[in-house]
Design a protein. Structure first.
Length: 94
């Protein structure tokens, strides 16, 4: 499996709108995704997206649908997300 870990610097007062936008937004080729609100109130939200493969991740990233979703996402962020892409090499689903 392949995926990305990302940080979202949400505009003040936009968190609920962002969560509603992301609710049910499963990317094509996606296996799972998670969004964490760290205990530190000043921290960015942290997301994890898991895809079937690197090819599925790249196809999703390059799709017109994802581009539109990204534009909508940016309406709620102070800056572009930071991304760390890579292959998941170990994990357990409980």
């Amino acid at each position: 499996m392949y995926g990305t870990i990302f940080n979202l610097n949400v505009k003040p007062g936009h968190e609920q709108d962002l969560l509603e936008l992301m609710d049910g937004n499963t990317p094509k080729g996606g296996v799972a995704w998670f969004l964490m609100k760290p205990d530190d109130d000043n921290a960015d939200l942290i997301g994890v997206a898991v895809f079937e493969s690197k090819e599925a991740h790249i196809a999703n990233a390059n799709s017109p649908e994802q581009n539109e979703s990204f534009k909508q996402l940016m309406e709620h962020l102070d800056s572009e997300p930071t991304w760390t892409d890579g292959e998941y090499i170990q994990g357990v689903m409980l």
